[in-house]
Design a protein around this ligand. Structure first.
Ligand SMILES: C[S@@+](CC[C@H](N)C(=O)[O-])C[C@H]1O[C@@H](n2cnc3c(N)ncnc32)[C@H](O)[C@@H]1O
Length: 217
């Protein structure tokens, strides 16, 4: 992702504090009060510029969405997209996924989306991949007894690695597609990266895995 320094980003995020939540740890265990309802909460880790999360929020008004993005210079575009979409069921957090457990209580999240996560192809960077076992543990901690991860990527190496990582962690594989756009992608909302790579003719890989902690004990 190409990043430009945006000196106005702090002011912009402060002006849009209804969408871009500052100090999110204060809401741990009570995100329902932020949304004003008890609808299920789904998070997207590595939201980027926000096309997916704003599209999902419009498509599914009875789900609450929280997008997590490391870079301020990127999340500002997502904030603008959420504003433009008029969706009221999205919040965005400018945090590192490493800190998920400071922000969400066990069981507070029902689904995690990972879209076109950075592949980190070198072995020595394995720990940075968002499907590395330490991240799966974090997702498990915020989802509690049951939950799901929905994963899309154009990167075959990352996909193969992730299927193995999911399986070694004991997750149940519910769906796998090796060419999402030529299977049955009903309701699929494309991300910015997905549009870019599929326009180049690259297949999009997708997996849905499920969590049932009891089955793993
Ligand atoms: C390749 S981009 C994909 C963006 C978007 N999901 C898409 O499909 O268009 C990956 C995004 O994940 C973000 N990211 C990577 N590691 C992260 C982390 N540990 N916590 C939060 N965001 C992260 C990056 O800053 C980047 O915006």
């Amino acid at each position: 992702m190409r990043m430009r320094h945006k000196p106005w980003a702090n002011d912009f995020l402060a002006e849009n504090a209804d969408i871009a939540i500052s100090d999110p740890a204060q809401y741990k265990g009570r995100w329902n009060t932020v949304f004003g309802n008890d609808n299920p909460i789904h998070i997207e880790v590595g939201t980027g510029k926000g096309q997916f999360i704003s599209g999902m929020a419009k498509q599914n008004p009875d789900i609450n969405y929280i997008g997590i993005e490391l870079f301020k210079s990127v999340i500002v575009t997502a904030v603008q997209k959420v504003k433009d979409s008029g969706a009221h069921n999205v919040r965005l957090l400018n945090i590192d996924a490493e800190t998920l457990n400071d922000v969400f209580e066990r069981g507070e999240i029902k689904r995690v989306y990972l879209n076109f996560s950075d592949p980190w192809p070198k072995n020595r960077h394995e720990k940075r991949r968002l499907t590395f076992k330490a991240f799966l543990k974090k997702y498990e901690e915020v989802m509690g007894e049951t939950g799901e991860i929905h994963f899309k990527t154009d990167n075959r190496g990352l996909f193969e690695y992730s299927l193995k990582s999911f399986s070694e962690y004991g997750l149940l594989l519910k769906e796998v597609s090796l060419d999402l756009h030529n299977s049955d992608p009903k309701g699929n909302i494309m991300t910015e990266y997905e549009e870019k790579f599929s326009a180049l003719g690259q297949p999009i890989y997708r997996a849905e895995v499920e969590w049932r902690t009891k089955d793993r004990l």
